[in-house]
Design a binder for this molecule. Structure first.
Ligand SMILES: [Fe+2]
Length: 157
C-alpha cells in the first residue's frame, strides 16, 4: 500500500480497495458488454435502445474511472487490463450473436442487476470500515444503475 491522504487504517484501506477492484473488474466487463449490445442491436426498438445503451456505457465509464481512482487514493493499485478483467469479472460472458432488441434488454438487465449486487456488497465493506466517501461514491452508482435497470425492465413489461 502507498501512503494516502485518507485517515483510515492501512487495513481498512486495503479491504476497501480490494472491494473496489472487484467492482472495477465487473464494471469494465459490463462496459464492453453494453457496447456489444449497442453495436449489434436490431429490431423495432433500435432507435430508442441504441442511444440508451450508449448513455449506460458513458455513465459506467465515468464510474469505473472514479472507482479506480478511489482505490489508488486509498493507497492501493487499480487493476484493469482486459486479461485481468476476464479472469476476475463475476458477470457471465455476453452472447455476442444476439441481435433482437428485447433480447439485449433482458441480457443487460440481468447483468446490471448482478453488477449492482457487487456494488452493494462493496458499499457494505466501505460502511463497515467507516469510509463515508467510498460509501457515497458507491451509492451514486447504485442509484444510477437501479434507474438503468428500471428502464430495461419497463421495456420488457
Ligand atoms: Fe456508438
Amino acid at each position: 500500500m502507498y501512503t494516502s491522504p485518507s485517515r483510515l487504517s492501512e487495513e481498512a484501506r486495503s479491504n476497501i480497495a480490494q472491494a473496489l477492484n472487484a467492482r472495477l473488474a465487473d464494471g469494465l466487463d459490463l462496459h464492453g458488454q453494453i457496447k456489444v449490445a449497442h453495436w449489434n442491436i436490431k429490431g423495432p426498438q433500435f432507435a430508442a435502445l441504441h442511444p440508451l445503451f450508449e448513455t449506460f456505457a458513458v455513465s459506467l465509464a465515468n464510474f469505473n474511472d472514479s472507482i479506480a481512482e478511489r482505490a489508488v487514493t486509498l493507497g492501493a493499485r487499480a487493476y484493469g487490463t482486459a486479461r485481468h478483467v476476464a479472469s476476475r469479472s463475476r458477470l457471465p460472458e455476453y452472447p455476442q450473436d444476439t441481435t433482437r432488441d428485447l433480447e439485449h434488454v433482458r441480457l443487460l438487465a440481468e447483468r446490471i442487476e448482478l453488477y449492482l449486487e457487487g456494488v452493494r456488497d462493496a458499499r457494505s465493506v466501505a460502511e463497515k470500515n467507516a469510509d463515508t466517501d467510498s460509501v457515497d461514491l458507491l451509492t451514486g452508482i447504485v442509484t444510477e444503475f437501479e434507474k438503468h435497470a428500471w428502464f430495461l425492465r419497463a421495456s420488457l413489461e
